[in-house]
Unconditional design. Structure first.
Length: 192
């Protein structure tokens, strides 16, 4: 069970509206998190809040809604809305950080799939889901970034500077999701 299912309205006529609100709200949450940006002078990849937001969206909304939310987010950015860390437009998707952006879709799906299977309700499995999501982002991001910085510099420019921060983001996402289930349980809304 995932959060989105617990909070789903029982009336069908409101269910579609709820689905729409969850996906659009998730994309806006990621866009806001992209505003938390710290550029690093030695790499084209900035530190942002997007990773944390992507992990949370996948964990909260599940695999299908999470991936759909990130596809909407990418669509907003490609359409020119300034939702990416450095703005908007198709050129950002084709630039050095494009692989990370595309990896967000896969990461939300991976984290969501894990939480669909119940991994999001316990600290250990939640952290593992967040770890797998982060690895997914890096796999896409580094595979694309190598085209811009070369194989010898890809890890020093696209991975090493971000390890500590991403460990903190994984831990924060884990605590937020696990704590949320406890709160829902106290309210009589969630099953453990």
């Amino acid at each position: 069970m995932i959060y989105a299912e617990v909070l789903q309205p029982s009336l069908k006529r409101y269910a579609l509206l709820c689905e729409f609100a969850l996906v659009v709200g998730g994309s806006l949450f990621i866009a806001l998190a992209a505003r938390i940006v710290t550029p690093l002078p030695f790499t084209p990849v900035p530190i942002t809040g997007q990773t944390l937001a992507v992990l949370l969206v996948g964990g909260l909304l599940g695999s299908k809604r999470g991936a759909l939310t990130l596809l909407l987010y990418l669509g907003e950015g490609v359409a020119g809305l300034p939702v990416f860390a450095k703005g908007g437009g198709f050129t950002y998707l084709m630039g050095p950080t494009g692989g990370y952006l595309v990896g967000f879709v896969a990461a939300a799906f991976v984290v969501g799939l894990s939480t669909d299977k119940g991994w999001g309700q316990r600290m250990g499995t939640t952290f593992l889901a967040m770890f797998l999501g982060t690895v997914t982002i890096y796999a896409f991001g580094l595979a694309w970034l190598v085209n811009f910085v070369g194989g010898k510099r890809v890890l020093s420019l696209g991975f090493y500077p971000f390890i500590f921060g991403d460990l903190l983001k994984m831990a924060l996402a884990t605590m937020l999701l696990s704590s949320g289930w406890k709160i829902l349980g106290w309210m009589g809304l969630g099953e453990r």
